[in-house]
Ligand binder design. Structure first.
Ligand code: GRG
Length: 291
């Protein structure tokens, strides 16, 4: 992905634009300026905003996307924080992100770590101030579940500890269900919650997002091998020291697995019929994405 807006299919809009606009208002007006700058540098860089869009599409499907934006921004902020931490020299040591030098390359490690924590903090502050107590509590539970030991932090820890070690398929899947999948599930569930969707809506959309999230990660592994920096906005062939879905199953096997997961995701939306068309298109996009 170049450092300009990515070319996304039409179903991303209008939510892509709405989330982008809301993100511009998301950062606090505070100091020190350099930390704020680093927060905005990654948060507002050109990206797909797929998790934020997923919040809105899930809310739309449940009949009301009008309250989805604050938590969509919070989830995009958690995601941006995770990218900044993931790119650090002590983690993936990635030089590029979203078509630009990664945060620590531009701002140094100390400011990057502080800015990532500030984004995480702002995510929860934004939820607390944007929703009434009961809804804020449900959204906070969803998001802390996605970030914690059973989510991004736990998945990342297992991933970092496993570098250069052989993994079973079961372990590989568990790592990525946590590291990538949980934020997708939280995004879909958050959309349902803000729209006051039913428990069956919640179950169907969580099943959809769980499968979509794992497929998204498998395609990420595929793009590391088959993609280009111009398309993805990050360094490619960077996973050589890691067990990935591609090193485990080969390019064709990983592609089949991603396709299968996207079909399973789509099947979970059967109760909604045609009303789920945008989310069905999202599953098709994820399976075939090059960015
Ligand atoms: C405390 C928030 C926090 C995290 C600590 C560092 C860490 C634990 C987790 C890393 C999680 C991570 C970066 C997973 C990779 C997920 C992934 C496939 C990212 C790429 O997402 P895209 O393609 O990127 O949606 P854009 O740039 O379009 O948003």
């Amino acid at each position: 992905m170049s450092a300009s807006a990515p070319a996304l299919p039409p179903f991303f809009n209008p939510h892509f634009e709405r989330v982008g606009k809301a993100l511009k208002e998301f950062l606090p007006a505070d100091s020190p300026q350099v930390v704020l700058d680093a927060m905005g540098y990654t948060l507002l860089a050109p990206s797909k905003r797929v998790r934020g869009v997923l919040v809105c599409l899930a809310a739309d499907l449940c009949g009301n996307a009008s309250r989805a934006l604050p938590v969509a921004c919070a989830i995009e902020a958690v995601h941006a924080a995770s990218l900044m931490l993931d790119d650090l020299p002590s983690m993936d040591n990635a030089p590029l992100r979203r078509g630009r030098p990664s945060s620590h390359t531009t701002y140094g490690e100390a400011v990057t770590i502080l800015a990532a924590f500030a984004l995480l903090n702002q995510a929860f502050a934004h939820i607390a101030k944007s929703y009434e107590a009961a809804m804020a509590q449900r959204l906070t539970q969803l998001l802390t579940g996605a970030v914690g030991l059973d989510g991004l932090v736990g998945g990342q820890a297992e991933d970092v500890l496993a570098t250069e070690r052989a993994l079973s398929f079961e372990t590989l899947e568990r790592i990525h269900r946590r590291k990538t999948g949980m934020l997708f599930s939280a995004a879909a569930a958050a959309g349902v919650v803000t729209a006051n969707g039913s428990s069956s809506d919640l179950a169907a959309l969580t099943a959809y997002a769980k499968n979509l999230g794992l497929a998204f990660q498998i395609v990420d592994d595929l793009l590391d091998v088959t993609g280009t920096t111009a398309e993805t906005g990050k360094a490619v062939r960077a996973d050589v020291r890691k067990t990935t879905f591609v090193s485990f199953s080969g390019v064709d096997g990983a592609r089949e697995l991603a396709d299968e997961l996207c079909k399973t995701a789509a099947a979970a939306l059967a109760p909604f019929g045609d009303r789920a068309n945008a989310l069905l298109e999202l599953a098709t996009f994820v399976a075939a994405r090059r960015l």
